[in-house]
Design a protein around this ligand. Structure first.
Ligand code: DCS
Length: 284
């Protein structure tokens, strides 16, 4: 039996229903999070739940639960579904009310939905590396909000998938922002470069952890937007995200990155990131 949460209650998946006039369904008016689960434990759960609250505040939505209450509910769901390795997905929409662009009144509560999914660590891709395409970033100017509106991301990811690639690396003119569903960093002469955490990217929790690791290990890094030219001259490129961890990108738009194999700095970050997971969640 698979269980989900709808409005704070654990239900059997088959009985769970959301109204057709839910504002998430009609407008994508809501926010979400995806948290990794290893050995039945959430990895960086608090960080994700704090970002969820921040995303909600940025769209002027008040969540009916504190991050601590949400953490408890997610733990309950993970246990109920006996999830070992996977993800927990949660979203809040601005509730159900007759379709109107104006926000509903304070009497309308957000709709809260959560479910778990078994997702293995993508070990083969992490080992071999993945391919990416380039695509113009046509998304709105508040990419820092983890909102349900993902059409720009979907169009780019679909294009990548149709080209047999894992990711679309997005750029606004000459400047690289992030991936369609991950953050992008490059390495040149031992220095890690990644877009600063502003309105043009989602400040990935994985990105933040990787940067923290770099600071602790004295691996040089610069948070600044790099250009397409810098990307094509990079020694190494990697994508980072909740489900993909630290993923080497070995080809961009059909051109090999460096020697076309995952590089030494990326390998080191992968190992350090794995150690951080194991420190928090136990042996992988
Ligand atoms: N940028 C975008 C556009 C993303 O969608 C994601 C994660 C990231 C960066 C990386 O952020 P985290 O490190 O916090 O995961 N995307 C999530 C998603 O939609 N499914 O899985 C992860």
């Amino acid at each position: 039996m698979e269980y989900v949460i709808v409005d704070g209650r654990i239900l059997e998946r088959a009985t769970a229903k959301v109204d057709i006039e839910d504002r998430g369904y009609q407008f994508g008016d809501g926010v979400y999070e995806v948290i990794r689960v290893y050995n039945g434990k959430m990895f960086t759960g608090k960080e994700h739940l704090n970002r969820l609250v921040e995303s909600a505040e940025k769209i002027r939505m008040q969540l009916p639960y504190s991050p601590e209450q949400l953490e408890e509910k997610m733990e309950e769901l993970i246990a109920k579904n006996e999830l070992e390795t996977g993800t927990v997905y949660m979203q809040f929409t601005r509730g159900t009310s007759p379709r109107n662009h104006v926000f509903p009144g304070a009497d309308i509560a957000p709709t809260f939905v959560a479910y778990t999914r078994k997702v293995p660590r993508p070990e083969e891709s992490m080992e071999k590396g993945v391919r990416a395409i380039l695509d113009e970033d046509i998304r709105w100017l508040r990419c820092d909000i983890k909102s349900l509106n993902l059409l720009g991301n979907l169009l780019s990811k679909q294009k990548a998938a149709e080209a047999g690639c894992f990711e679309a690396i997005l750029h606004r003119g000459e400047k690289v922002t992030e991936g369609s569903h991950s953050n992008i960093s490059i390495i040149k002469d031992g220095v890690i470069l990644t877009h600063p955490a502003d309105n043009f990217i989602l400040n990935g929790i994985t990105r933040q952890k990787v940067l923290e690791i770099c600071r602790n290990e004295q691996i040089p890094l610069e948070e600044r937007a790099f250009t397409l030219d810098e990307l094509s001259a990079a020694d190494e490129v990697f994508s980072s995200g909740t489900t993909v961890e630290v993923m080497p990108v070995v080809e961009v738009d059909g051109k090999p990155v460096g020697n076309g194999e995952p590089g030494a700095v990326t390998r080191k970050l992968q190992a350090l990131f794995k150690a951080e997971i194991e420190r928090r969640c136990g042996k992988l």
